[in-house]
Design a protein around this ligand. Structure first.
Ligand code: ADP
Ligand code: MG
Length: 563
């Protein structure tokens, strides 16, 4: 026997589940109702632009009102309203949204997206309300105002209303245990959290509660440096200015808008905890983007707005999601682009930002092959070299407005970088190719290896400082990457063949005319005055007898040390 059919849902049983378990968080009902109000206003705009509404659309606004005696909370919009047919279609049928139909019909009539999608948001009001009423008048000519009411059972009443103004009022009679939502301060807070960047003024007692402007939806051409800084201060008040930012803006192969900032690393900056705010169509979703952005970019702050991040799935499912992975890659790429741009256009700012960012960039290089390829040429190290060549001075690129061409304007001829000298490995090898024979001398601890650094310097050997926590691992990486280069720690006696052999009488410091033995003696005495300085020659040893931990486990340690 073969039988085919449609699975039916028993409303009586499923309704309580929708009400109680659809969302884990009761307070989001407000976000859902305000989103619907914003959509209603947006839809009226679209209809009007399509020439299908001749009336005055007025000043768009959403009003929230509390009546403590009646225990009601109401949300009123002057949007599109609903006819009786529409209420029957979109409200009485759970999980039925008008959004798709609307977008299809009025495509291109709005630059503002419709928030709704699944047709479930409205029913979240039953999480907090014992009774929900809709009073609405459609924009359509000759429409009859109607009143819908439902007490949380699957039965509803629909009758004519005396309403005369276009738009919709949703009135919730709150359940006894949800009366906190009758407090104005609580509602103000919720609006601030979830609805701050929604593009319609939300008013309560005559006062506008939300900011409305969402800078991340603007084109970066329309935003000044000050606009970006102002937005940062708005999101993170009383914090130091950020080091740099990237404006994300793409429609393909996924939609994402956002502005991400690299903050200055300070003890009060909790970089271990993600601080990026996640939005969906300007509606706040969560403070937690840890599964979306690559781990090495965790200290970043700011806003990501995407409709392509699945919101109702578990965190672990999010981590395995392919779009989410692509979004993460895209963000890493944009950060890489920004770093390269800064390196090219403003070397001084790059170097000063590097002091905060270097650790994270190196961590990214260790963990992300694509990111590594992208930025390996702009990894810089502090060096003992005093004067760097002309080609290594800061250069500024300006974009000319007339012809869109890039011009290279190098800053004043022979002025060296004014900040302490940093160099890329390539530049280092090139500069020292004769003297060094493809060797890199590095120092892992500026204090305990000071003697050796001096010794190398005095003999014209350039030393790189690889003395941050992550560098222990980074050196291993460099050794693998540059197989033909020999990396020698300054205090390693295994391979200091380039240091002069023991010719104690020879003058090694042409500046002071000091002989080798004098130099060593002096350094030795200096070292003795600082009892901490260790002048014993130690062979290069791994600091971790169990072997190098995989780079992935490092981040928590880096973060701990930065704090
Ligand atoms: P969604 O917003 O995802 O479409 P909802 O359950 O929140 O789903 O709402 C269902 C439908 O009810 C909407 O698509 C819309 O047609 C209608 N609706 C809800 N609130 C309003 C409102 N304030 N004004 C006009 N229509 C509304
Ligand atoms: Mg909705």
């Amino acid at each position: 026997m073969l039988e085919q059919g449609t699975i039916s849902i028993h409303t009586e049983n499923i309704f309580p589940i929708i009400k109680k378990s659809l969302y884990s968080d009761h307070q989001i009902f407000l976000r859902e109702l305000v989103s619907n109000a914003v959509d209603a206003i947006q839809k009226l705009n679209m209809v009007s632009r399509a020439g299908e509404y001749a009336g005055d659309i007025g000043e768009p606004e959403i009003q929230i009102a509390i009546d403590k005696d009646k225990k009601t909370l109401s949300i009123t919009d002057n949007g599109i309203g609903m006819t009786a047919e529409e209420v029957k279609k979109y409200i009485n049928q759970v999980a039925f949204s008008s959004a798709e139909e609307f977008i299809h019909k009025y495509q291109g009539k709005s630059d503002q997206p419709i928030i709704g999608h699944f047709g479930l948001g409205f029913y979240s009001s039953f999480m907090v309300a014992q009774k929900v009423e809709i009073d609405t008048l459609s924009y359509q000519e000759g429409a009859q105002a109607i009143h819908w009411s439902c007490d949380g059972s699957p039965e509803f009443t629909l009758e004519d209303s005396t309403r005369t103004t276009r738009g919709t009022t949703i009135t919730l009679t709150l359940q006894g245990e949800e009366e906190e939502f009758l407090e104005a301060a609580r509602i103000q807070n919720l609006v601030k959290t979830y609805c701050d960047f929604m593009p319609v003024p939300i008013k309560m007692d005559g006062e506008v509660l939300n900011r409305q402007k969402a800078p991340w939806r603007e084109s970066s051409n329309n935003l000044t440096q000050e606009d970006y800084l102002e937005f940062y201060r708005y999101l993170y008040p009383f914090q130091e200015e950020p080091l740099l930012w990237v404006h994300l803006n793409t429609d393909y192969p996924f939609i994402i808008n956002g502005i991400l900032y690299f903050p200055k690393m300070r003890p009060d900056v909790d970089v271990a905890k993600g601080q990026i705010k996640l939005f969906c169509n300007q509606v706040f979703v969560s403070d937690n983007c840890e599964e979306i952005i690559p781990q090495f970019l965790m200290p970043m702050r700011g806003v990501i707005d995407s409709t392509d991040i699945p919101l109702n799935v578990s965190r672990s499912a999010l981590q395995g999601d392919r779009t989410v992975k692509k979004i993460g890659d895209y963000i890493a790429k944009k950060v890489g682009d920004r770093l390269k741009e800064l390196y090219r256009d403003n070397r001084e700012q790059y170097i000063s930002a590097w002091k905060d960012l270097g650790t994270f960039v190196k961590f990214g290089v260790l963990n992300d092959e694509k990111f590594k390829k992208q930025i390996e040429d702009i990894i810089i190290f502090r060096t003992t070299a005093e004067k760097l060549k002309n080609s290594e001075t800061a250069s500024v690129q300006v974009q000319s407005n007339e012809d869109d061409a890039w011009q290279d304007v190098t800053t004043a001829g022979d002025s060296p970088i004014s900040t302490s000298p940093y160099t890329t490995l390539k530049e280092y090898l090139e500069r020292n190719k004769e003297r060094h024979e493809n060797r890199v001398f590095y120092c892992t601890d500026a204090a305990t290896q000071a003697t050796y650094v001096e010794l190398h310097k005095n003999q014209g050997l350039e030393v790189l400082f690889m003395d941050s926590f992550i560098d222990t691992h980074f050196i291993n990486f460099l050794e693998r990457e540059y197989q033909d280069v020999k990396f020698t720690r300054v205090d390693s006696d295994l391979d200091n063949t380039l240091l002069e052999q023991d010719k104690s009488g020879e003058i090694v410091d042409p500046k002071t005319n000091k002989t080798r033995s004098e130099v060593i003696k002096e350094l030795f005495e200096k070292s003795l005055n600082k009892p901490k300085v260790n002048i014993r020659t130690e062979a290069l040893k791994s600091e971790d007898p169990q072997g190098t931990p995989p780079a992935m486990v490092l981040l928590p340690e880096i973060l701990r040390r930065l704090r």
